[in-house]
Design a protein around this ligand. Structure first.
Ligand SMILES: Nc1ncnc2c1ncn2[C@@H]1O[C@H](COP(=O)(O)OP(=O)(O)OP(=O)(O)O)[C@@H](O)[C@H]1O
Length: 320
């Protein structure tokens, strides 16, 4: 098995119930080594619950979960040191200075270094990587909202995690900070082979960062695939447009990459102004959620209808 085929996260038939309410129903997906998976879904879909179960912060009601080969419900400190979690802002350590805070936290990981993974991340390099080198000597309470979020990210990766959980990581970033954060995550994945599970409501972010998308709605997975696969499922086919000998052509196709390769193989440099259009992730996502909600609505309606009918039926029976 090659490293990239290794399953880092394996979830099967996961269920979660709060009191008498089921919020996750039979959730099943896998994430492979070095993959970035975006978990999308409307408010209340169950994303945070899923992530917290995988992190070992919540105990599931049923199902199978393995994270880096371990059941998170029984993960020890060595297992936890291999994970990175970007939490919401650190508000309790306002008087600490940025560098000393990261050095302090990094110290915790030193005992978990391996011949392959040097832990913790060198503080100077880490501050550079997250764009906080200029704030190293500042007290945390004096950082701006965006700088504090960068610190959250630094805290999440100081132990050079093999698997990184990002729950709405760029929620309060300005566009520049967001773009730098995307470069940082892609760098982590490419250079350090970090696997990432991300939740976000920013569909551009998901499209930019994720190799694969899983969409949750009402605690159920309604889609799992690359952004392109999901778009084709919704929009049917891609549209390829090109210019040949001054004439414009348009063709619908299910495999636009293969189509473009064939086009160039046949006409070479004669092909000009090639464009491939497919539904955006935003259009795809909205269509998927709408479909799932109308399916759930009609199931509910038919259940209500049959309940009403059977109630009416039994009343009629009783009247007889
Ligand atoms: N501790 C809890 N007790 C009871 N119900 C809860 C608890 N935590 C979450 N829920 C419910 O579980 C469902 C899923 O919530 P969750 O926070 O996982 O959704 P989410 O997809 O992360 O939403 P958002 O996008 O708003 O963050 C919601 O209906 C929520 O009200």
């Amino acid at each position: 098995m090659t490293t990239s085929e290794k399953v880092v996260l394996d979830v099967g038939g996961l269920r979660m119930r709060y009191g008498s309410v089921d919020v996750l129903h039979d959730v099943t997906f896998q994430v492979r080594h070095g993959e970035v998976l975006a978990l999308l879904g409307p408010n209340g879909a169950g994303k945070t619950t899923t992530i917290e179960i995988l992190e070992g912060f919540r105990i599931r009601s049923a199902g199978r979960v393995e994270v880096l080969g371990t059941d998170p419900a029984h993960g020890d400190e060595r297992w936890r040191a291999r994970l990175g979690v970007v939490l919401q802002s650190w508000r309790d350590h306002g008087n600490w200075r940025v560098r000393e805070f990261l050095e302090h936290l990094g110290g915790y990981y030193a005992g978990y270094a391996t011949p392959r993974i040097r832990r913790p991340w060198d503080t100077g390099e880490l501050l550079e990587a997250v764009g906080l080198a200029g704030q190293a000597g500042k007290k945390i309470k004096t950082l701006s909202g965006g700088q504090r979020r960068r610190l959250d990210v630094a805290v999440g990766i100081v132990g050079r995690p093999e698997l990184l959980f990002l729950d709405e990581p760029t929620a309060s970033f300005d566009p520049r900070a967001r773009s730098e954060f995307h470069d940082l995550v892609r760098g982590l994945v490419d250079a350090h082979e970090t696997t990432v599970l991300l939740t976000t409501h920013d569909l551009d972010e998901a499209e930019k960062l994720a190799d694969r998308i899983v969409v949750l709605n009402g605690g159920r997975i309604i889609a799992d695939g690359t952004a392109g696969e999901l778009a084709r499922r919704i929009a049917g086919e891609d549209e390829v447009r090109w210019l040949l000998d001054g004439q414009r052509f348009v063709q619908k196709t299910a495999d636009s990459t293969r189509f473009a390769q064939d086009l160039f193989a046949r006409y070479g440099d004669g092909v000009q102004e090639l464009e491939i259009h497919r539904a955006s992730l935003e259009q795809t996502y909205l269509a998927l959620v709408r479909q799932a909600e109308s399916a759930a609505g009609s199931t509910k309606e038919s259940t209500t209808e049959s309940t009403t009918r059977s109630t009416t039926g039994s009343t009629t029976e009783a009247a007889r």
